[in-house]
Structures are given as C-alpha cells and as structure tokens.
Design a protein around this ligand. Structure first.
Ligand SMILES: C[S@@+](CC[C@H](N)C(=O)[O-])C[C@H]1O[C@@H](n2cnc3c(N)ncnc32)[C@H](O)[C@@H]1O
Length: 273
C-alpha cells in the first residue's frame, strides 16, 4: 500500500469505533467545504479526497456543462460525488426529494429545478461546514424550494412516508451502519417512492489493512461494501425492483493491486406500493 505522510489537519485515527469514523469523515468534509475538493492533498485516501481520483475533477466529470452552469461555483467545487443520481430517474414537478449526504448541495439544486416551485428538496448532512456552504449556495441561487438540515443519515429528521424520492451521491459507503441507513430511507419514503443512489462498492473484499485505514474510509474506499452485500441490505430493508443502472471502474485506488475491485455504481430501487 502507498506510504502515507502524517498530516497535521488530518490526524490518524483508528476506525475501531463508529464515532471515530464519523469524526474523521466530518474532518475531511469540513476541509472540502472550506477549501474545495481540489484543495485536499493526496494522502492515499482515494476517491472523495484526492485531486486526481475518481471524484476529481469532479463536477466536470459527472455533470453536463448545462447542469454545472445551473449551480454555484462553490457547489461545483465541493462536488465529491461518484455518479449522477439525478440522471438515473425522473423527478417530477411538485415532489418532495431527500438527498442523503448533500454536501455543498449540487444534487439538491439540480433536483430543485425538476420539482419546481411546488416541490421541495431536503438536503441532509452531518458536517456543519457543509450545511453552512449549502445554505450560502441556496441563498445565492435563490433556491427557495431547498432546505438543508444537520443530521446523520442513520437517523433522518423526517416523518414516515413523507418523501417521494431519495437521492444520494457517494455517501452511504461512508456510513458505519448501512443497514440502518437503508431502513431509514425506507421509512421516510411513501409507498411507491424511489431510491436513486450513486455509490462506491467493491467486487471482492479489500485487504484488511485497507479496511482498517481511516484515511481510506474517509476517501470512500474502506467503507465500500461488496456489491451483493450492499444490494442485499437494500432488499433486507424492504426495497424491490433493485436495478444497477451504471457500473464503472474508478481510478480512486490508483495502481494498488486491489484497484480493479473498486467500482462506482448507480442503483435504482422502489418502496413497494
Ligand atoms: C463524498 S461527500 C458527497 C457530497 C455530495 N453528495 C456530493 O455529491 O457532492 C460525502 C458527504 O456526506 C456527508 N456524510 C458522510 N457520512 C454521513 C452520515 N453518516 N450522515 C450524514 N452525512 C454524512 C459528509 O459530511 C459529506 O458532506
């Protein structure tokens, strides 16, 4: 594995506790919010944290020029996704959309254009600096149909059956308790509601030392699950019609011997009516 240098702004943490992981994820994405993804140096953390990785140069790689023009420069600079969940399913005028791990808000602002003034978009993120950035971006765009809420996606601040569609972009891999995330998504969706997720998965278990590397976790690699396990957890939560729409290799793992196993997928699923 690539030798890493110690960074004063990203102290090494052992991912033995979920709280350690959440704290490390918050540190990483506070830096992304404050300086943009391109400012995060390559410390071996891969995907969502390196300038030359699968998530960078991000907005230009994931979105059309027209989509990028529709959001603020700051939202585009903080874009740390690994796909385009807006592109894999229709969002309709008047609908309520929830974004799990909304970051600087790029997908929320794109969703807001589709649901229009009678619809509503709710962005959820646990990193205060990301919520601050997203709210500033919303003010700049005069996006009155978007709100951002500080919360963990494992415990959503929304009522049962209140959401028409959930989007999420490169976030669930970062959560220590994925079954709980899928259970919460299922709870807040109305019957017939849709889940549109882009995320990192692996085709085989990564070496244990990679899984135990918190920098690889915050970079969207160590927390990535084997694809069948990931889809199985969606099914266990109650989702049906689970369909992988796109699956592409990522450059996030560089030339590591296990790099071939890391993929970015976009998945659709439905809460049965
Ligand atoms: C890789 S970034 C992606 C942000 C955004 N979806 C995008 O495409 O730019 C991950 C974001 O998810 C947030 N996040 C990670 N784990 C979370 C959790 N368990 N609960 C809420 N937010 C979380 C981070 O704070 C960060 O803003």
């Amino acid at each position: 594995m690539t030798e890493r240098t110690t960074r004063p702004d990203m102290p090494a943490l052992q991912p033995t506790e979920a709280t350690d992981i959440r704290s490390a994820v918050q540190q990483r994405y506070t830096l992304v919010a404050e300086r943009g993804l391109q400012a995060i140096p390559d410390d071996g953390g891969g995907c969502c944290g390196t300038a030359e990785s699968c998530c960078s140069p991000n907005a230009e790689r994931l979105y059309s020029p027209e989509e990028i023009d529709a959001v603020t420069d700051a939202a585009a600079a903080a874009s740390a996704g690994c796909g385009n969940p807006i592109a894999i399913g229709e969002l309709r005028p008047g609908e309520t959309i929830l974004d799990l791990g909304s970051g600087g808000g790029i997908d929320c602002f794109l969703a807001a254009r589709q649901v229009g003034p009678t619809g509503r978009v709710i962005g959820i993120d646990m990193t205060p600096a990301m919520i601050d950035l997203a709210r500033k971006n919303a003010a700049t765009l005069e996006a009155h149909n978007v709100v951002f809420k500080l919360s963990q996606i494992e415990s959503l601040p929304e009522p049962d059956g209140s959401v028409d569609a959930i989007i999420s972009n490169c976030v669930i891999n970062l959560a220590p308790d994925k079954p709980r995330v899928f259970a919460e998504a299922f709870r807040v969706l109305r019957p017939g509601g849709r889940l549109h997720v882009s995320d990192i998965v692996v085709t085989e278990e990564l070496p244990l030392e990679v899984q135990a590397d918190v920098s690889q976790w915050t970079g969207c690699i160590a927390g990535a699950q084997v694809q069948d396990t990931y889809l199985g957890q969606m099914a266990d939560a109650g989702f049906s019609d689970i369909e992988i729409v796109t699956s592409v290799p990522t450059s996030s793992a560089g030339d590591e011997p296990w790099a071939h196993a890391v993929r970015s997928i976009s998945v659709r699923a439905t809460k049965p009516s």
